[in-house]
Design a binder for this molecule. Structure first.
Ligand SMILES: Nc1ncnc2c1ncn2[C@@H]1O[C@H](COP(=O)(O)OP(=O)(O)OP(=O)(O)O)[C@@H](O)[C@H]1O
Ligand SMILES: O=P(O)(O)OC[C@H]1O[C@H](OP(=O)(O)OP(=O)(O)O)[C@H](O)[C@@H]1O
Ligand SMILES: [Mg+2]
Length: 296
């Protein structure tokens, strides 16, 4: 699989829930990715890295073994791997803000549920046997885990197990199968993960550069540049209202004594409510601009 030892190898999901957003993140970080969905590897022309398109379950192994120095994978898959293999030769560098979901215990919507004591020795069907067993062991619950590789939501109807533990985001799949969530075992999102193995200097530099770019992409997602005018007396209240802005730039307005321009990078979402409050506190000519690139 390895093509050139001086290049970085990045494992991402080939197809599925994380595939498109993983590719988009790398594109936003300036990597020119080839289209074409069938390749298993892709050379990036404008950056010393190769992509490996794989099943998400294989990403922890590749990264832990150092076959790929970087990977993008759900933290649920990493956690299951860590518990199954007793191996954590990887390090999570950053959550990525997509692929958010939770591993939840669920049962028939019509069933009674008063709490975990109701599990008794019941069977629980799941694709995450190690996370579920770990959860049960920590609470000294004697329930039995039944491993299924897919279609876990069918287990209660098929008589395989009255309980399931599966990933949920909107809850639509549970509902469509007549189930309801009972407990959350693990909150997950896609993460950027690196091998713990030492890299040679050049490759480490390449990794640092890419990680910095990805940090910049994530920072710009929420960030906005705000410009407004305000009278001097309103400046403290207005500065306090700017979400996630550390040190606004304040400039006197030409030929308008006592009036100032306030410019700030807001690193949190700027909602309409905030704009109403700024206005109510004396701000005028408020502009909110997107930020295209940022390197912190
Ligand atoms: N409903 C969801 N909403 C958001 N993120 C999800 C959802 N379901 C799963 N995920 C996240 O996306 C990851 C990949 O999910 P997907 O269903 O594509 O996996 P898969 O079927 O195991 O794919 P593969 O073919 O790569 O093995 C999950 O491990 C989880 O981190
Ligand atoms: O709460 P919801 O928004 O309904 O999402 C939950 C569903 O999403 C995931 O499956 P996915 O759709 O990725 O397909 P898969 O089961 O084939 O992996 C998960 O396994 C659930 O079945
Ligand atoms: Mg998988």
């Amino acid at each position: 699989m390895r093509t050139d030892d001086s290049r970085l190898h990045i494992a991402i999901q080939k197809s599925g829930r994380l595939a498109e957003q993983s590719r988009r993140l790398l594109r936003d970080a300036g990597l020119r990715l080839q289209e074409g969905k069938n390749a298993l590897t892709a050379r990036i022309e404008n950056f010393p890295a190769d992509l490996m398109y794989v099943r998400d379950d294989d990403i922890p192994t590749f990264v832990a073994d150092g076959v790929c120095e970087l990977g993008i994978v759900g933290s649920n898959v990493l956690r299951e791997f860590e518990l199954a293999e007793r191996d954590s030769r990887y390090e999570i560098l950053s959550p990525l803000g997509f692929g958010r979901c939770a591993l939840k215990l669920a049962a028939a919507a019509t069933s009674d549920w008063h709490g975990l004591a109701d599990l008794g020795e019941a069977r629980i069907a799941t694709s995450y046997p190690h996370i579920v067993r770990d959860f049960l062991e920590q609470r000294q619950i004697a329930a039995t885990v039944v491993t299924m590789n897919g279609a876990v939501e069918l287990a209660p109807r098929l008589g395989i197990a009255p309980f399931i533990c599966d990933l949920v985001s909107t809850g639509a799949t549970l509902e469509a199968n007549g189930l309801r969530p009972l407990e959350t075992l693990f909150e997950s999102e896609a993460v950027l993960v690196r091998t713990r193995g030492a890299l040679d200097e050049a490759r480490q530099e390449t990794m640092n550069g890419l990680v910095r770019r990805i940090g910049g992409v994530l920072a710009t997602k929420e960030s906005k540049y705000i410009m407004l005018n305000a009278p001097e007396a309103a400046l403290p209240a207005i500065s306090a209202l700017l979400p996630g802005a550390e040190a606004p730039t304040i400039l006197p307005l030409h030929a308008r004594p006592g009036q100032f321009a306030v410019h700030a990078v807001c690193q949190e979402s700027v909602f309409w409510e905030t704009l109403h409050k700024l206005k109510a506190n004396g701000a005028s000519a408020i502009l909110v601009l997107p930020i295209e690139k940022m390197m912190l």
